[in-house]
Design a protein around this ligand. Structure first.
Ligand SMILES: NC(=O)C1=CN([C@@H]2O[C@H](COP(=O)(O)OP(=O)(O)OC[C@H]3O[C@@H](n4cnc5c(N)ncnc54)[C@H](O)[C@@H]3O)[C@@H](O)[C@H]2O)[C@@H](O)CC1
Ligand SMILES: [K+]
Length: 514
């Protein structure tokens, strides 16, 4: 599903009116019925619920007033509108909605009467949608803070009011919504890190316009990875295939300092279904693992003071050829040393398989970006590692991550996963894929090593690197949803993520087959 900016939506609605003759008022009616059906389906005993609809001066408010009419004419009488900023210019569509409503529903002034909201059961937020562009006024901040403190059920129309729909920025204060019922397509800002505490569950309504029409009018190259996306990518594992066909993964990493990371990647590659996993780590830490994980095939590397040394280069390149390696991950636990840096750089120059470059290996690639450009490589930095690769500060990366990521990929022609809440995958064509998971459960030591193994494991099974990144990110993220369902909000550690991988894959396959 595409992710859009407010500009994309404006253009889209303009095209709808000009090329398809769809008047904006009809869209507002359809928005109201989308909101109404959701409320009817998700809240019982509506006739006894007191519903407050907060309406701003624009079409977001217009949606709210139209909803009030839908509720009223369907027998839900305990509806009150709280108006904001109606004393100045209000939008034409809002005026029409008010004429239609007449005085059937009570209208209170929000700023003067917001304390009454504690008496209500359901709050519908129609203050601002995609029209919010500047910081909100102090009085309104106070109201939003009060509403958030009530911990009532809040449904936001299109965008939680106070959130900038393009950047996700909180414009002073914002309403925290349980649900965001967004029109046509999800807005980019709903999936930016800053908005994560305000957005809750996003439900998209196509307002009666077939999603095929919406998708081919809207030009955005930003994609929200949803179930349909991953259902199309995943392949049902065929019964006949033998382990040799399920692909061979080579993981290069480990150091005296970090012995666990490469194991996590290796186990993840196995759990995602790779046939054979070779783990190349310094010999001395090899001995640590031997007994524990018999499924992994160990390759002993020479080290200099505990870090993989340069003189392993030919040995590793020969392994890639002689063992028929299909995909490689380099970096988990590899550590920082000059000798290792030379090895990683030369290896990446010479190898011609798909490679996931992660962790400290990312610290070595800044000065070889030109030489590895266009190769089948994906870099998987978190913000800190991205900062080291690009020289941008973490704060700037967080705030401008789509723009920076696209610039980086355009310049270096490499695939990039920028890890964090709502991880972003950038393919070499500059398309962006947002992973719809932002659970803090995933921010645990080794989580990145697991993702690395998943991606390498998928490539080994024949997925393209692009498919492996999109699907791998989703499988990785969805394990946090499974954990939350069965275990709660804390405690997911990296090995648990590894164990949950098959369940995550299974859910996608199940949804594919229904
Ligand atoms: N055809 C359409 O235009 C449709 C619009 N729809 C709704 O209309 C919304 C967009 O409506 P609008 O463009 O009227 O804008 P909004 O209703 O989002 O914002 C209301 C107005 O508030 C003012 N404003 C902006 N920032 C402010 C601030 N910080 N303090 C005070 N006032 C501020 C602006 O003048 C803006 O026009 C969408 O989010 C969606 O909910 C939907 O009904 C679908 C159809
Ligand atoms: K809103």
């Amino acid at each position: 599903m595409k992710l859009v900016s407010s500009e994309d939506i404006r253009k889209f609605e303009y095209r709808l009116e000009k090329d398809y003759g769809v008047p904006p008022l009809l869209l507002m009616e359809n928005a109201a019925s989308f909101l109404f059906s959701f409320i009817k389906e998700n809240f019982d005993d509506l006739n006894n619920k007191r519903i407050a609809i907060l309406c701003g001066p624009g079409n977001n408010g217009g949606d709210g007033v139209a909803l009030a009419r839908y509720l009223y004419t369907n027998g839900v009488k305990k509806v009150t509108i709280f108006s904001y900023l109606w004393n100045r210019k209000v939008s034409d569509l809002l005026k029409i909605q008010l004429n239609l409503l007449q005085s059937l529903v009570e209208i209170r002034n929000l700023l003067q009467n917001y304390l009454e909201l504690k008496e209500y059961d359901l709050i519908i937020d129609g203050i601002f949608g995609i029209g919010l562009k500047r910081e909100i006024e102090e009085d309104l901040k106070r109201v939003f803070k009060y509403i958030n403190g009530l911990n009532k059920m809040v449904i936001s129309i299109d965008v939680p009011s106070g959130i900038n729909s393009d950047t996700g920025e909180v414009m002073g204060e914002a309403i925290r919504a349980n649900y965001v019922l967004t029109m046509f397509l999800p807005k980019i800002g709903l999936f930016e890190v800053e908005a994560v505490d305000y957005v809750g569950e996003v439900i998209v309504g196509n307002l009666g316009i077939p999603k095929e029409v919406i998708e081919n009018i809207v030009e955005s190259s930003l994609n929200l990875v949803d179930w349909n996306f991953v259902k199309d990518i995943i392949r049902i594992p065929s019964k006949r295939v033998h382990k040799g066909k399920k692909g061979r993964v080579l993981i290069i990493g480990g150091s005296f300092k970090y012995t666990g990371a490469p194991i996590l990647s290796a186990l993840s590659a196995l759990r995602i279904g790779a046939g054979m996993v070779y783990l190349a780590v310094p010999e001395k830490i090899n001995m640590l693992y031997r007994g524990n994980y018999p499924e992994i095939i160990y390759i002993s590397l020479k080290d200099t003071e505990g870090y993989i040394s340069y003189d392993n280069l030919d040995y590793l390149l020969n392994i890639v050829e002689d063992y028929g390696i299909d995909s490689i991950a380099i970096g988990p636990g590899i550590g920082i040393s000059e000798d290792t840096k030379k090895l990683v750089q030369e290896f990446l120059r010479k190898v011609d398989k798909s490679v996931v470059v992660d962790a400290d290996a990312l610290s070595f690639i800044k000065d070889i970006l030109k030489e590895i450009s266009k190769k089948s490589i994906v870099l998987t930095p978190h913000y800190g590692e991205m900062s080291r690769v690009t020289g941008e500060s973490i704060d700037v990366i967080m705030r401008k991550r789509v723009e920076l990521g696209r610039l980086f990929v355009k310049e270096h022609q490499l695939n990039l996963i920028l890890k964090g809440p709502y991880s972003l995958f950038f393919d070499q064509e500059g398309n962006v894929y947002v992973n719809p998971f932002a659970n803090s459960l995933l921010a645990t030591a080794g989580s990145g090593d697991v993702l690395t193994g998943i991606i390498a494991g998928l490539v080994a099974q024949g997925y393209t690197l692009r498919e492996a990144c999109i699907l791998g990110n989703f499988v990785h993220g969805y394990t946090s949803v499974l954990w939350k369902e069965h275990k709660g909000n804390i405690g997911l550690k990296a090995l648990d993520i590894v164990e949950m991988i098959p369940y995550s894959v299974e859910e996608i396959i199940r949804r594919k087959s229904v």
